[in-house]
Design a binder for this molecule. Structure first.
Ligand code: SF4
Length: 99
């Protein structure tokens, strides 16, 4: 468990320009029927070494400027897919607020 308190400043999410997606993320989203998430991925590499990246606009296939699941409410930012967010996001430790 990460030993820090998130201040909901949204800076880390806005800083991520490219998120590495793991196979376990894709499998979870398939099981959860999260097509709204799956459609924003880009698959590259090959079967032996797949490369999965996020987030891409499904209509234009262009990369989003920042995560489309980041939402602002007042001065706070939050993740609208918090319960199923990518492993990379879950493992991220905001050192600025580490206790
Ligand atoms: S998926 Fe959630 S935690 Fe990850 S960058 Fe987007 S808003 Fe932040």
């Amino acid at each position: 468990m990460n030993n820090y308190e998130c201040r909901t400043c949204g800076k880390c999410c806005r800083r991520f320009t490219m998120i590495a997606i793991f196979k376990e993320d894709v499998e979870r989203w398939i099981n959860e029927s999260r097509n709204d998430i799956l459609e924003k991925l880009k698959f590259a590499g090959d079967e032996k070494q797949p490369i999965i990246e996020a987030w891409f606009n499904p209509k234009t296939r262009r990369e989003y400027i920042y995560c489309p699941f980041l939402k602002k409410k007042g001065s706070d930012w939050s993740c609208s897919i918090h319960k199923t967010k990518p492993k990379m996001c879950r493992d991220y430790i905001c050192r600025k607020y580490k206790k």
